[in-house]
Design a protein around this ligand. Structure first.
Ligand code: FEO
Ligand code: CA
Ligand code: CA
Ligand code: CA
Length: 633
């Protein structure tokens, strides 16, 4: 008895052909006829009146602190208030973007890139990398008909891997959050691996810490300073559950910055893996890590406000066979008093999802004292339930999913959709090895297929959706179905073909509804049109009609990038998206794969120096319909 949303008024553009990178000129963003895509801001672009970074050299911390960060991911445009100058909400706003991670050789100008593993590491190199992480708050405006960064602006701001942040909520100040540098357990330096995002109805930004484990290394297998053997065992088991291991992901920060030695500072990893709330309108505000929302590898944090102003935040844990979560605020949103909402995210109930066969599901509360979340099982209090969110969810029997990425909700029905990007550890006979996108998982679980994750070796992913019981965002049961199984209609194995109506794609990641109920999907696969992707081509953004399933390719991207991040102006006439890590390949010289955007093909660039030394740079792209009009119509 699944009720589909009302039909859309159609998708009004013709599909862009798949990008198979047949010529050098295909290293570009392409949008449908009648649309224009233009680079707005790229890594290293100045946010002040100081010069732009010259990307032919190395990035430094000093330059990065006043320039746009690397590897953009989730983003949101906060329009200027519509009161005052007419139309200002659609022509001026604060664009807040995540900077998920860096490719160290690009930051430190090491070629070939494979030389990074053996390079001599200095603290200055690492500080530049840390400064390239985090968040940018950038005032943008439409000046003489063209969107550009306003600089200088009192709002422009960088938050980095070293910016002081505050911990709040039930886990703040807990013994497991205390370090030698912060005996209070309430002050953390920086936010890291800010993947996707969210925003609140009270106009704050939510940034999500995803693969933070990769910056840490436990060099010795110890937890120094923890004298109680049982406590030590629990901390080390927690590091293993979250993938903190010797060497990390190869960033090498721990060699010169001891904060990232998980053996010497065993509680420092507990201070990452949170959703962080930022007030973009106050450049002096301190980012706040909201521990009530749980500690996982957070993808995005999508808020839905119920008819009675109850607030729910949906969150995925992006790793193979991890879970879907929902946080319900204890207190209601106050639409008329912004200050009253300031600490709404500090108290409420965190749930994890169980998807049952037959299309029903349950939200299981991660509440201390219930369902085995008790001291004898390693949960001394609610703070420990939150610091060990994954272990708590394991105990409740939640459903292991095929890598939860973004979550989005329909603007009218509040129906919620989630991308499950892929999973090569599902079913009894998949190929061994790592994910198609190169990420590795901590666990070796290889669960059988189930109703919500129905394909073994799910290399193309799927999109699942659910409706809360009685339409209440705080319901504890829901109905679900699978919106689409992604795939390649020409694949040799039937279960890889999917059931897409329209243009084929795989590895769905970014997901967003516009104001009219069009579903926009962004993909994250290797992006070079080879192997499993020979027919599908590079990464894309698509538009789907949720009522019919019809799906069309709206945008194709440069080589070896990910399309991620999406936001728009309130009138729907300006769309902003991100191109992350064009040309990325840890094993080769990047510029062999991409020179976007400094090729200038999607508009003028800020590059200086010699074209032969250009580095590929992540960038925000602004898309408009020629002559005006709502994007997608
Ligand atoms: Fe950073 Fe799960 O994407
Ligand atoms: Ca993602
Ligand atoms: Ca992804
Ligand atoms: Ca990425």
């Amino acid at each position: 008895a699944y009720a589909a949303p009302a039909p859309l008024n159609g998708i009004g553009f013709s599909s862009v052909p798949a990008n198979l990178y047949l010529s050098a000129g295909d290293d570009r963003v392409t949008v449908p006829a009648g649309y224009t895509a233009r680079v707005l801001a790229a890594w290293g672009d100045s946010l002040t009146d100081a010069p732009h970074w010259d990307s032919s050299g190395a990035m430094t911390e000093a330059i990065q602190l006043h320039t746009f960060g690397a590897h953009i991911d989730g983003m949101h445009l906060f329009p200027f208030p519509a009161t005052g100058a007419a139309g200002i909400a659609n022509t001026r706003g604060l664009l807040v973007t995540n900077h998920e991670y860096v490719d160290p050789p690009l930051v430190n100008n090491i070629t070939p890139a494979s030389g990074y593993a053996a390079a001599a590491i200095t603290l200055d190199m690492i500080r530049a990398q840390q400064a390239a992480h985090g968040i940018s708050v950038v005032e943008i405006w439409k000046k003489d008909g063209i969107w550009e960064v306003k600089r200088p602006s009192a709002f422009n701001r960088r938050i980095t891997g070293n910016t002081p942040c505050k911990l709040s909520g039930p886990a703040a100040g807990h013994d497991l959050m205390k370090t030698a540098a912060d005996p209070s357990g309430t002050k953390v330096l920086g936010t890291l691996n800010n993947c996707s995002n969210g925003y609140t109805p009270w106009d704050t930004y939510l940034t999500c810490e995803e693969n933070w484990n990769g910056y840490f290394s436990n060099e010795t297998g110890d937890a120094v300073g923890v004298s109680d053997p049982q406590q030590k065992q629990q901390i080390l088991a927690g590091q293993a559950r979250y993938g903190v291991a010797k060497g990390g992901s190869g960033y090498r920060w721990h060699e010169v910055d001891q904060r990232f030695r998980a053996d010497l500072n065993p509680n420092e990893p507990h201070r990452f893996g949170w959703v962080v709330e930022i007030d973009p309108w106050n450049p002096k505000s301190t980012p706040i890590k909201r521990t009530a929302l749980g500690r996982i590898k957070h993808e995005n944090a999508w808020s839905v406000v119920g008819a009675d102003n109850t607030v729910a935040i949906y969150m995925g844990d992006d790793e193979r066979n991890e879970y879907l979560y929902k946080f319900v605020c204890a207190n209601k949103y106050n639409p008329t008093n912004r200050a009253a909402n300031r600490d709404l995210l500090d108290s409420g109930t965190l749930f994890v999802a169980r998807f049952d066969a037959g299309g029903s599901g349950l939200w299981l509360p991660l509440t201390w004292g219930q369902n085995g979340l008790v001291p004898e099982n390693g949960f001394a209090d609610q703070a420990e339930v939150l610091i060990k969110t994954r272990q708590a969810a394991d105990r409740l029997g939640a459903t292991m999913m095929d890598r939860p990425e973004w979550i989005a909700s329909h603007p009218v029905t509040r129906e919620v959709y989630m991308t499950l990007t892929n999973n090569n550890r599902r079913g009894s006979s998949p190929p061994s090895g790592n994910n198609p996108d190169g990420t590795t998982g901590a666990g070796s679980a290889r669960p059988p297929v189930d109703a919500a994750n129905p394909r073994p070796d799910n290399r193309y992913g799927h999109i699942i959706r659910w409706r809360e019981s009685m339409g209440k965002v705080d319901a504890t049961d829901f109905e679900w179905d699978i919106f689409v199984e992604c795939g390649d209609k020409l694949a040799s194995q039937p279960h890889h073909r999917g059931n897409i109506i329209g243009d084929d794609y795989g590895a769905p990641d970014g997901l967003w509804f516009d104001q009219d109920g069009r579903l926009w999907i962004e993909t994250d696969q290797i992006g070079n049109a080879t192997g499993d992707w020979a027919n599908i081509g590079g990464n894309v953004m698509l538009c789907a009609d949720p009522s019919t399933g019809e799906t069309r390719r709206f945008l194709t991207a440069p080589k070896n990038c990910e399309v991620t991040g999406v936001t728009h102006t309130p009138d729907g006439k300006t769309l902003l998206i991100g191109i992350q890590h064009p040309g990325e390949d840890w094993q080769t010289h990047y510029t062999e794969n991409s020179t976007w955007p400094d090729s200038g093909i999607n508009g003028p660039t800020t590059a200086s120096g010699s074209p032969s030394a250009f580095k590929p740079r992540s960038a925000v792209v602004v898309i408009t319909k020629d002559g005006g009009g709502v994007i997608g119509t």
